[in-house]
Design a protein around this ligand. Structure first.
Ligand code: SF4
Length: 186
């Protein structure tokens, strides 16, 4: 898994002051994406022990509210194993901190097990299902999910935490408890 940068004390990508991990790799290729340099999974540098330590050092500070995972798409297939490991460790080491995650996938696509791409074989289907299960597991450990592709025709600069009207800022725990999408904020 590669990443482009880690930003500190960020106030634009979630509530409070946050550490933000900008991951490489995105299959959505939205028209007028602000970060097309993140699409290639080989862009950036490998996410190694020192990058993880940098995030943990930030999360150790009282005034840091939590981690935001963005990119690129943290739920891009090549990122799933390492993102899953990372959020599990953060949940154990920093249970009081929040985790926000930005993805081009929609809540329903992941939670209702919709396979979005063509299937070429049983093995292919199995691997796509495994990826959806990993995405579900990651989301269940997050507090807030900002979902959906960026749609340029629905761009709205007044929106909080997102770029286009179709995207939603979802309260993960309430949504799971009520078995429907509950917004964290409008
Ligand atoms: S999902 Fe996000 S990073 Fe990926 S193309 Fe769309 S706007 Fe860009």
């Amino acid at each position: 898994m590669n990443y482009l940068q880690i930003t500190h004390e960020d106030v634009c990508n979630g509530d409070g002051l946050r550490v933000v991990l900008w991951l490489s790799g995105c299959s959505h290729h939205c028209y007028n994406c602000q970060n097309p340099q993140t699409w290639n999974p080989d862009s950036g540098i490998p996410f190694d022990k020192s990058a993880k330590q940098e995030i943990f050092d930030e999360l150790s500070k009282d005034y840091i509210s939590g981690l935001t995972l963005t990119g690129g798409d943290p739920l891009y297939e090549n990122n799933l194993d390492e993102v899953l490991k990372l959020v599990k460790e953060i949940r154990i080491s920093f249970p009081e901190k929040t985790i926000w995650l930005y993805t081009g996938f929609e809540w329903n696509q992941i939670m209702n097990m919709q396979v979005m791409q063509p299937i070429f074989s049983c093995k292919d289907l199995e691997s796509k299902i495994q990826n959806i299960l990993k995405r579900q597991e990651i989301i269940k450990m997050c507090d807030v999910l900002v979902d959906g592709e960026y749609i340029d025709e629905q761009k709205d600069l007044t929106l909080k935490f997102r770029g286009s009207k179709n995207q939603r800022v979802i309260d993960v725990k309430k949504s799971l408890a009520q078995n429907k999408v509950v917004l964290y904020c409008d």
